[in-house]
Design a protein around this ligand. Structure first.
Ligand SMILES: Cc1cc2nc3c(=O)[nH]c(=O)nc-3n(C[C@H](O)[C@H](O)[C@H](O)COP(=O)(O)OP(=O)(O)OC[C@H]3O[C@@H](n4cnc5c(N)ncnc54)[C@H](O)[C@@H]3O)c2cc1C
Length: 425
């Protein structure tokens, strides 16, 4: 769908849907710069930032009604730490989830898991496990496409870091390892399953339910506090749970595929369902999600481990990253996937691209599989520099690198004439 008139029709339809609970969450013509770590990109036709699962489902149903069988111009973004928005903007609506949808998928997951996924009814069947949805974390700031990482490297998303949303009295967390990793435990024992914090629920001794908008590093911290091992690697990934599921993000000998038990999604018809992780085809930095689904929650399964050793593991991950990666820069992390049996950074280095620049876009000298916006780079500079690196690597090694970073949106009208100029350091 292109053109002002068609979008007028869509927004007029949106405002005419009777008593639509989601109307207030839809904004027109929004800058995307704050929605990706590179801090680049044009504008989106709209941003939809729901506060509840019900709003998201109703919005998707309304879009289905309006667009019918046509491809729906929608995309979802998490922390934007693996995304580059192009300068011509996004010809559609960007969906951005808060850390915590207020009517809370945790509750629905708890009931749905009961019958359709886990079968461990002793945990999932009791909705008290999921905590109190009424006090669930508010997505403060979710209406703004902001919060993607800045030069400080914070990369916080809508409200995820806001301690005020933590689940007050029900924070007790069982570090004793009671129960077993299969998730079977006694839900009547409040010390086992009462953890609720910032969009994360401990639903079994070694199992967490996480909202898709929660930052990975927050999950790592909560897992540590709950003495749940196997999730320390999350401290090194600056994205959200939704982005991590989609990318099968990983590092330091762990990836989402290792810990994912099930996901909760809303599809483009507005239907909400649970998908078992065992049915997802994971590969390196890829998850075969069904087409057009938005992940709204994930159940992560860990193992018993004492909190002190998890903390030590997390510290090692953080220090290794600080030593090797420009984590305080405007970047998208690893630009290219490692080809089988090879390291992308070594190929880039061998091709002489380390430190190469195009305008304010630079191949990081610290880690040459990272591209950096030094300040005023356009998305086109970054993407063209990446393409130049691919060409150089191919010329040198015969290998075409594959982009890991997702590039979304349109090229600006002048893109075709842009001179391709790169400089070496
Ligand atoms: C400094 C730095 C270091 C990094 N280090 C690592 C690393 O060690 N390992 C690693 O794997 N990655 C790394 N990354 C890349 C990035 O952090 C991960 O890919 C992360 O999982 C992306 O999460 P996100 O929320 O930022 O996703 P986004 O960039 O917002 O989106 C990425 C993709 O996921 C999709 N998506 C996002 N949310 C949802 C959802 N709710 N439902 C469906 N699809 C969704 C988007 O549509 C997009 O296709 C690094 C990035 C940076 C900036």
């Amino acid at each position: 769908m292109k053109g002002e008139r068609e979008w007028d029709a869509f927004f007029s339809f949106a405002s005419s849907v009777e008593a639509a609970p989601w109307q207030a969450r839809l904004r027109r013509d929004v800058s995307l710069r704050g929605a990706n770590w590179f801090r680049v990109g044009g504008r989106a036709r709209g941003l939809f930032a729901p506060k509840t699962l019900g709003e998201l489902m109703a919005f998707m149903q309304a879009c289905d009604h309006f667009f019918g069988d046509k491809t729906k111009p929608l995309c979802v973004v998490g922390a934007g730490s693996n995304t580059l928005f192009r300068d011509g903007g996004y010809e559609g609506i960007v969906v951005r989830l808060p850390a915590h949808l207020k009517d809370d998928c945790g509750l629905s997951m708890a009931t749905t898991l009961d019958t359709s996924v886990a079968g461990d009814t002793s945990v999932a069947g009791d909705t008290s496990v999921a905590g109190d949805a009424s006090g669930a974390g508010d997505a403060s700031g979710a209406g703004d496409v902001s919060g993607a990482g800045d030069a400080s490297g914070a990369g916080d998303t809508s409200g995820a870091g806001d301690k005020s949303v933590a689940g007050g009295a029900s924070d007790a967390c069982d570090a004793s390892g009671a129960g077993d990793a299969s998730g079977a435990c006694d839900v009547s024992d409040p010390s086992v399953v009462s953890r609720r914090d910032q969009g994360v629920y401990q639903i079994a001794p070694h199992r967490l339910w996480c909202g898709a908008g929660v930052l990975d590093r927050r999950v790592a911290e909560i897992a540590r506090d709950c003495a749940i091992g196997g999730m320390a690697f999350l401290t090194g990934i600056p994205g959200t749970v939704g982005g991590g599921v989609c990318m099968n993000a990983g590092a330091h000998e762990g990836e989402f595929a290792d810990i994912l038990h099930a996901i909760e999604v809303v599809d483009d018809k507005g239907t909400h369902r649970v998908i078992e992780a065992s049915t997802l085809d994971f590969s390196y930095r890829h998850t075969a999600l069904p087409a057009k689904v938005i992940v709204v929650g994930a159940v992560l399964q860990g193992v018993a481990q004492d909190a002190a050793s998890i903390a030590a593991q997390m510290a090692r991950v953080q220090s290794a990253r600080a030593d090797a990666q420009p984590i305080r820069s405007r970047t998208g992390g690893s630009t290219f996937k490692n080809p089988s049996g090879k390291k992308a950074w070594q190929l880039i280095d061998a091709a002489g691209c380390r430190g190469m620049r195009r305008g304010d876009a630079e191949v990081s000298s610290m880690h040459c599989n990272f591209l950096i916006n030094r300040g005023n780079a356009a998305a086109a500079d970054i993407e063209a520099l990446g393409e130049h690196v691919r060409t150089q690597v191919h010329a040198h090694s015969g290998i075409w690198l594959e982009w890991e970073i997702k590039r979304l949106g349109e090229f600006p009208p002048t893109h075709g004439q842009a001179q391709f100029v790169t400089t070496t350091p």
